[in-house]
Design a binder for this molecule. Structure first.
Ligand code: NDP
Length: 276
């Protein structure tokens, strides 16, 4: 398994699993549980979730999927910005832990920048860390300017910045990605398949076929070749999870990368950070 180094030196799998929209439909539950367990079997042991997803149902599903296997998992959850205050965060975290059936999160991220002062949020993260409820704190949907503020607040480096990044959303390559790389902060790429919309792109389909790969594997392999990039596709069946895991073995040559740059051009100017 390719790994990515966290600021403190610990290494985590470069390919993990997302969970947005999981746990919401009872009829899909068994398949989703099987998908998450198949991912763990394949070494995709970093799981991303949030209190927001299914109003807690995704965390409940994950809690069930990892029962008896907690120590195998690097578990990431996210707090709503409106819960990111001194007291509210302690409660939100406790509720996430309960739903997940665990006593600690490996990483707890601020889901997006909100109106609670950053100092207060960082103070709450540090308190949770001291109490052993979270191992690391981090952020999501922060642009380069926002990241500068996080660093200036003096609480050390966040464990990652989770942002929208895929072949069709390359704006961060202009400023945020090089900045993160310089600081040694991992970028966690969300919606790596653009919620499956990328997989309908004709030229991507043709290029993938010429490589004997699936479009999902090509899109994921392209992200996985970036140093310091953790990729968290969401898939609801064991077959798809296994298909995505095989992207780790897909090596892209210079001609393929050039073709991808042609189909999905890199940014030629700064662009505001995109979010889903
Ligand atoms: P993804 O880009 O991961 O795409 C998920 C979609 O792709 C699903 O419809 C899934 O279908 C489908 N899919 C997955 N693998 C395959 C495959 N091999 N072949 C065909 N279709 C496939 O979108 P997400 O938005 O879910 O992003 C991933 C994760 O990132 C989220 O689940 C969440 O954890 C996180 N996230 C964080 C955000 C933030 O603001 N911090 C915002 C958005 C996402 P199916 O499920 O039916 O298998």
């Amino acid at each position: 398994m390719k790994t990515v180094s966290l600021p403190g030196g610990e290494r985590v799998p470069a390919l993990g699993m997302g969970s947005w929209m999981m746990g919401e439909v009872a009829a899909n539950r068994a398949k989703e549980l099987a998908a998450l367990r198949a991912g763990l079997d394949a070494g995709l042991s970093l799981i991303d979730t949030a209190e927001m997803y299914g109003d807690g149902e995704a965390e409940r599903l994950i809690g069930e999927a990892i029962e008896g296997r907690r120590d195998e998992v690097f578990l990431v959850s996210k707090v709503y910005p409106f819960n990111a205050g001194r007291r509210a965060m302690l409660k939100a975290c406790e509720q996430s832990l309960q739903r997940l059936g665990t006593d600690r999160l490996d990483a707890y991220l601020l889901h997006w920048p909100g109106s609670v002062p950053l100092d207060e949020t960082l103070e709450a993260f540090e308190r949770l860390q001291r109490d052993g409820k979270i191992r690391y704190w981090g952020v999501s949907n922060f642009d380069a300017e926002g990241m500068e503020e996080v660093i200036a607040a003096g609480s050390g480096l966040p464990v990652c910045n989770q942002v929208l990044y895929n072949l069709g959303r390359r704006g961060i390559e202009w400023d945020l990605q090089p900045w993160l790389r310089e600081q040694g902060i991992p970028l966690m790429a969300y919606s790596p398949l653009e919620q499956a919309r990328l997989l309908r792109q004709r030229e991507l389909l043709a290029l993938a076929a010429s490589l004997d790969a699936t479009p999902a594997q090509l899109a994921l392999a392209w992200l996985l070749r970036h140093d310091g990039c953790i990729v968290i596709p969401k898939a609801s069946s064991p077959a798809r999870v296994e298909e995505n895991a095989a992207a780790l073995a897909l090596k892209l040559d210079a001609a393929t990368l050039e073709r991808l740059d042609h189909i999905f051009p890199p940014p030629s100017a700064p662009t505001p950070l995109e979010m889903l």
